[in-house]
Design a protein around this ligand. Structure first.
Ligand SMILES: Nc1nc2c(c(=O)[nH]1)N[C@H]1C(S)=C(S)[C@@H](COP(=O)(O)OP(=O)(O)OC[C@H]3O[C@@H](n4cnc5c(=O)[nH]c(N)nc54)[C@H](O)[C@@H]3O)O[C@H]1N2
Ligand SMILES: Nc1nc2c(c(=O)[nH]1)N[C@H]1C(S)=C(S)[C@@H](COP(=O)(O)OP(=O)(O)OC[C@H]3O[C@@H](n4cnc5c(=O)[nH]c(N)nc54)[C@H](O)[C@@H]3O)O[C@H]1N2
Ligand SMILES: [Mo]
Length: 772
């Protein structure tokens, strides 16, 4: 090998790769040879590793550098930064943590830090931060998720655990063997299966081809034809977004009215069908929830719904519901009603059939695998006990001491004075960014630890530059895969960056927790330790794995694929007395006494159809179009938006918005033009992509374009770049789950005729000398 050149194994949430390094720079990557269908996304890696958008060294916002926590907080995002040394930065952070703890208590420190962060198992910034703060009296954390918050609360109430969402799901192999019909609400988007937390090889497309060849038929219910690959030759029912519960009720009504429901299954494995029935038939409110009732709600005709119900009853049917469906006003309802519909079909626990909330959302969901523990460092218990549902962050900041309901608890928001965020981009993931801007001006101190000048980093007081996974050694692997791989350091930390562990360890030392936190290990000793602990756990599960050195040398360790297809709820079906569900009744809860007991106005004891606050059926709506903000094809969330792959797919530098030809025509919009997307909450520019794959009345603007306001000092300013969270609503799904409702958004689109403002999203902030 020539001097200065090497190739190492490494990975990302979007795939495992080998990186060519020349003269201290990553110059290109090659797909990992074991990956049967690598994604194009990996090729963005060199461009995001070495870019001016990396944070070169620790920095402090100028006003904060001068005035500390008394600074003008409305200036966040609109002021230059002062470069400081690591010692200064860490002293400042440790000092602020101590001040806030002394003056206001540990719960005044918010370190919820929602976000995907990097892919490494050891360098999980959030784990290290939480572990340190837990040793120090705790912090206000966040629970739940932006991915499946409503599902996360409702599914355990009705099916006893998170498994139907989080897996293992009934394996692809079981679908190949036995599934006759796969009906998916929200499709099985190929774009989403590129991704797996921690990085994986891509097997889903291969499995889907095999399942198709085995004779399975597919139905895609939802606004986008492209949510199912062409080779699946799916029947597309372009229902209005947000109407899934109504379709499910109508399917259920047809089953009941035609005697196609499985009474034996309902009696043996479920509770509450009788209590739900009067709602379904209309005995309680005079309105049967039949196909003719649902047709105008979802804009799928009644005969089509009835025919589908009969088809579902006549064959082995798997119902799949994508997570997007519950990221909506009353998002608990479609997940609950989906389970009720599957229960009425009576096929839960049979090979290839039943209910899943997981195919098509992450690449290896459905992959045949043996669930094994993942390596990592546990963060321990939070002694403060202070926690909020993550999507309620603006509410918390805007209303300290405000009261709210959450899954049977009545809670009060803490008074947060300091935010320390690692590995997440809140100006990507949160809804209603203008509202967030107001909330963001409340805390006295905001610290962001990230490799890049993300919109969140630009809006911090203290910025700590983190190294990426290419700049340290680590372990990688995804939840539903048969592989653990070595992430081998490719290059030195870029600029003055430090690994997440090193940064937090530096703080732990300053807080007097050094030995307790680092346990006397160096970073590389930690890595071996983490591997060895994992190796022991895996040995208990009956698998031999190589020593750390042998593993590192080989680059990866593989586990055999299980020989038998896995069937979710198979045990429960075989013997419900011996293997009850972890619900109060031990059975599927069509009617939940527990939820009923909460007496929530927004979530009752059985599933119901409630029109969302914003949807196409809202008669008086001022804004005529429905905005879908789905996952981006060309990156993961906001990660790598600065990279070549994402930028090559922008339209005039802006995120592409998919618009139906009729809607474009009515507004005089042509392919490739810049449009302004707006509603009463905010506005952004985007690039028009006209396509009949999206149903009329709906437009899709994927998430993740870095927030880039025309005037960063002004709340309500136009975002130049195409961030859909300028328009989304910031409200809980219901009192039960308090999840985000991003998909329930109406808006209008118009052609943007003025000059196209320059994109500044990837330009680092100005730096200045410290004021005397
Ligand atoms: N409108 C709308 N909004 C949504 C959604 C939607 O469907 N519609 N989807 C939601 C969903 S499902 C999710 S999961 C969230 C995702 O929200 P996030 O997880 O916050 O999004 P990411 O862009 O993945 O942010 C990860 C951050 O970690 C940083 N990072 C990467 N590697 C490292 C590292 O090694 N160290 C450190 N310290 N940082 C690192 C990245 O630079 C980035 O800032 O968005 C949610 N928001
Ligand atoms: N490439 C890529 N893949 C990703 C991610 C990414 O950022 N990039 N993010 C990952 C993460 S963190 C998550 S949580 C998962 C999320 O997985 P999902 O939530 O399933 O993903 P989305 O793309 O938001 O939504 C899937 C499709 O649902 C459809 N849809 C939207 N609203 C409705 C509705 O009301 N009814 C119906 N029936 N359909 C609707 C949309 O057409 C959309 O394309 O994706 C993961 N995969
Ligand atoms: Mo997610």
């Amino acid at each position: 090998m020539k001097q200065g050149k090497k190739t190492v194994l490494n990975g990302s949430h979007w795939g495992i790769f080998r990186a060519d390094v020349e003269d201290g720079r990553v110059v290109r990557v090659h797909p990992f040879e074991k990956d049967p269908a690598p994604t194009p996304l990996i090729h963005t890696i060199p461009s995001i590793t070495h870019t001016e958008t990396r944070i070169s060294q620790p920095m402090v916002r100028a006003g904060y550098h001068a005035n500390g926590p008394d600074s003008d907080r409305t200036k966040r995002g609109a002021e230059p930064f002062v470069k400081v040394s690591w010692d200064e930065a860490l002293d400042l952070v440790a000092g602020e943590l101590s001040r806030v703890k002394t003056d206001h208590g540990n719960q005044a420190i918010f370190a919820g830090s929602y976000g995907w962060g990097g892919p490494g198992k050891f360098q999980r910034a959030k784990n290290h931060l939480h572990r340190m703060l837990n040793m120090w009296g705790g912090f206000t954390g966040s629970t739940s998720s932006y991915s499946f918050a409503a599902g996360m609360i409702i599914v355990p109430h009705i099916l006893g655990s998170l498994q139907p969402i989080w897996g293992p799901h009934t394996s692809w192999a079981s679908l190949e063997q036995a599934c006759g019909l796969l009906v998916s609400f929200g499709g099985l988007p190929a774009k989403n299966m590129q991704i797996d937390h921690g990085g994986s090889v891509h097997t889903a497309e291969g499995w889907l081809k095999r399942i198709k060849e085995s004779g399975t038929e597919f139905v895609n219910i939802g606004p986008n034809r492209g949510d199912m690959a062409n080779f699946l030759d799916a029947l597309w029912l372009p229902a209005r977004p947000g109407s899934d519960t109504a379709i499910m009720l109508a399917l259920a009504h047809t089953l009941y009215a035609e005697g196609l429901h499985d009474q034996g299954f309902l009696a043996r494995y479920c509770v509450g069908f009788e209590a739900f029935l009067p709602y379904l038939t209309g005995a309680d409110d005079g309105q049967p929830k039949d196909a003719d009732w649902a047709a105008p709600i979802c804009e799928v005709d009644g005969d089509t719904i009835r025919a589908l119900a009969r088809r579902m009853a006549a064959t082995r049917t798997m119902i799949n519901i994508s997570w997007s469906v519950q990221r909506a006003d009353r998002g608990e309802q479609p997940f609950w009603m989906g389970a009720v519909l599957a229960a009425m079909l009576g096929q839960i626990g049979l090979p290839g059939a039943g209910i899943s909330y997981g195919y098509g959302v992450e690449g290896s969901n459905g992959n045949p695998h043996t669930p094994l523990p993942a390596p990592g460092v546990a963060s321990g218990q939070n002694p403060s006990g202070s926690i909020i549902p993550c999507a309620r962050i603006s509410d918390m900041l805007l209303e300290p001491s405000g009261e709210y309901d959450f899954n049977g608890q009545h809670l009060t928001y803490p008074d947060v004075r300091l935010i320390y965020w690692v590995g997440g981009n809140i100006f990507h993931h949160h809804q209603d960014l203008n509202r967030l801007l107001g909330a963001w001006a409340r805390p006295e101190t905001i610290i962001i630890q990230d490799p890049w000048w993300t919109p969140a980093a630009k809006r911090a007081d203290i910025v700590l530059p983190a190294a990426t996974q290419l700049e340290c050694n680590d372990l990688g692997g995804a939840r539903a895969q048969n592989i653990l791989y070595a992430m081998q350091k490719a290059v030195e930390p870029v600029g003055d960056a430090r690994t997440d562990y090193t940064i937090i360890n530096g703080l732990a030392e300053r807080l007097g927790l050094g030995e307790k936190f680092n346990e006397g290990r160096t970073e590389n000793e930690w890595l071996r330790h983490v591997y060895d602990v994992w190796r022991q756990k895996v040995a208990q599960a009956g698998f031999e794995t190589p020593s750390f050195d042998a593993f590192w040398e080989a680059g990866y360790v593989e586990f055999p694929e299980p020989t038998e297809p896995y069937v979710l709820f198979g045990d429960f079906r075989a013997d419900p007395d011996a293997n009850p569900l972890k619900t109060p009744s031990g059975k599927i809860e069509i009617y939940s006494e527990t939820i009923g007991g909460f007496e929530y106005e927004s979530c009752g004891p059985h599933p119901v159809w409630v029109a969302p606050k914003e949807w196409l059926g809202a008669a008086a709506a001022e804004y005529p179009l429905h905005l879908i903000s789905n996952q981006p094809r060309w990156r993961l969330h906001s990660q790598a938006d600065v990279g070549t792959v994402s930028r090559e797919h922008k339209v005039q530098g802006r995120e592409a918005i998919q618009i139906n030809p009729e809607d474009a025509k009515a507004r005089g919009i042509e392919e490739g033009e810049i449009v302004r997307v707006h509603n009463e909450r905010g506005s952004c520019l985007a690039g028009a992509h006209i396509s009949d794959a999206i149903r009329q009345g709906v437009a899709a603007l994927a998430t993740g374009a870095w927030f880039d306001p025309a005037d960063p000092g002004d709340i309500g300013s136009l975002d130049k770049h195409g961030n859909p969270n300028m328009l989304t609503r910031d409200e809980g799904t219901s009192q039960l789950a308090q999840g985000p409702v991003a998909q329930s958004t109406l808006m209008e689109i118009e052609r943007h005729d003025g000059p196209a403002p320059e994109i500044t999203a990837f330009t680092p902030p100005e730096t200045v000398e410290a004021a005397e």
